[in-house]
Design a protein around this ligand. Structure first.
Ligand SMILES: *Cc1c(COP(=O)(O)O)cnc(C)c1O
Length: 414
């Protein structure tokens, strides 16, 4: 099958795209081509409106009554269940709370609380740094002889053995977009008597994710990437129902108590997923995220995934056609169905190239040491956008404009 890579064909694809109406629900500046929904999803019309209402009418008028009258108290479960639909969880298994890093700490600790005697935690080298840092933190916190066995991707399957307590993996790799076969690896962990924690930060709202079907034990993920929940949006945590009565996590704040408003001295954990909570929900952040997730749930998931695959093929084709003569190397898997919702390219001047692109209104991001990442978002991007982004990249490469001094200056956040 030849890919439609000319402008007219791509415009025709946009015309026929059933997801096209969603584009107007996002507030993206006219002069920006936003290929960074994998890092920070853009603002939606709904989120802006709901936040305004929450500030004026809920916080502003209801004041503390809002915990009951505006449904604040139920937000972890209510929004968690909505996110649960996107990750293949059952109702009552997913909660919105805390940051992904904090949730990792709780999820891995909860998983460890269910294993006895085993001291090995398996993870991937080159995993998202916070995942590895949190595992090191847990290891030193526990003061025991825990071992964090960090292996390259190709060795992970074999590294999971009878000594493994918990496996901690990121489903979609933050640089390459490589997707781990969730069902196969979860099955291997279980066969060895280990439990598994999946980090879904680059999966939720991006790729097909089936926690229940895979019999996954725990999961965590991010609210501000593909879910468009806003900068620093709350994250989520998932635990399979079968673990709810037996798991324990050490951040046993009052919201994980069976009855926080009895104010008793004695701690008694909630008898459901709520024992994974810690403290008070950041309501404004949760409000923006809920509005963004509601929008997501309006879109047909199968149509969204199909468009993502098509965009992924087309973007790769456009870069190949327009920029192929320059030293850009695709580091994402060659098979579009084996990669998540972003494409990564290596270029020796990757940082400067991305700065120049951003200056020209094409916003992707850069990951050290040399990777350009381009996020693909079927709800707010069209095929013509991909064409225009590739055109601009090609111009920058042709003219060498990225070599200018100003594009070499490193900023705090890349
Ligand atoms: C983005 C990301 C996180 C983010 O963690 P925070 O606590 O929100 O900063 C964690 N894990 C992975 C795999 C990510 O991609």
């Amino acid at each position: 099958m030849t890919l439609p890579l000319d402008l007219a064909s791509l415009q025709a694809l946009d015309q026929d795209d059933p997801l096209r109406p969603f584009k107007n629900r996002f507030l993206i500046p006219e002069d920006v081509l936003y290929l960074n929904g994998n890092s920070l999803g853009p603002l939606t019309v709904d989120a802006k409106q709901r936040l305004t209402d929450a500030v004026s009418h809920e916080w502003g008028t209801e004041l503390i009554r809002g915990w009951n009258t505006a449904g604040w108290y139920d937000m972890p479960k209510r929004v968690g269940d909505k996110i649960g639909k996107l990750i293949g969880a059952e109702s009552g298994e997913t909660l919105l709370c805390d940051s992904t890093s904090v949730n990792l700490f709780k999820a891995v600790s909860a998983a460890l609380s269910l294993t006895t005697g085993r001291k090995k935690i398996v993870s991937e080298s080159g995993n998202f740094p916070t995942d590895l840092y949190i595992l090191d933190g847990i290891k030193s916190f526990l003061k025991g002889d825990y071992q964090v066995d960090v292996r390259p991707r190709e060795d992970i399957f074999d590294a999971i053995d009878e000594e493994t307590a918990v496996v901690v993996l990121t489903h979609v790799h933050y640089v390459t977009g490589d997707i781990f076969p969730m069902e196969e690896i979860t099955a291997k962990a279980h066969k060895c008597g280990a439990l598994i924690v999946w980090d879904l930060s680059h999966s939720v709202g991006a790729v097909k994710t089936t926690l229940s079907k895979a019999h996954a034990d725990f999961a965590v993920g991010c609210g501000y990437k593909h879910l468009n929940g806003g900068p620093g949006a709350p994250a989520f945590i998932y635990a399979a129902k079968r673990h709810h009565h037996t798991m324990h996590q050490p951040l046993s704040g009052w919201f994980s108590h069976i009855n926080p408003f009895e104010f008793t001295d004695k701690y008694q954990p909630a008898d459901d997923a709520h024992r994974l909570l810690c403290g008070t929900t950041p309501i404004l952040g949760a409000t923006a995220l809920e509005a963004a997730v509601d929008l997501f749930l309006e879109a047909d998931g199968a149509v969204r995934l199909k468009k993502l695959e098509q965009m992924s093929r087309i973007f790769e084709g456009l870069i190949e056609e327009k920029c192929g003569s320059h030293d850009l190397t695709l580091v994402s898997p060659a098979d579009p169905t084996a990669r998540g919702a972003h494409l990564s390219y290596h270029h020796k001047d990757g940082y400067a190239l991305m700065q120049n692109l951003i200056d020209r209104g094409v916003i992707g991001d850069f990951r050290a040491p040399s990777y350009l990442r381009f996020g693909l978002s079927p709800l707010f991007m069209g095929y013509e956008d991909l064409y225009n982004a590739a055109e601009i990249l090609s111009e920058i490469l042709e003219t060498g404009s990225f070599k200018a001094e100003k594009y070499q200056v490193k900023q705090a956040v890349t």
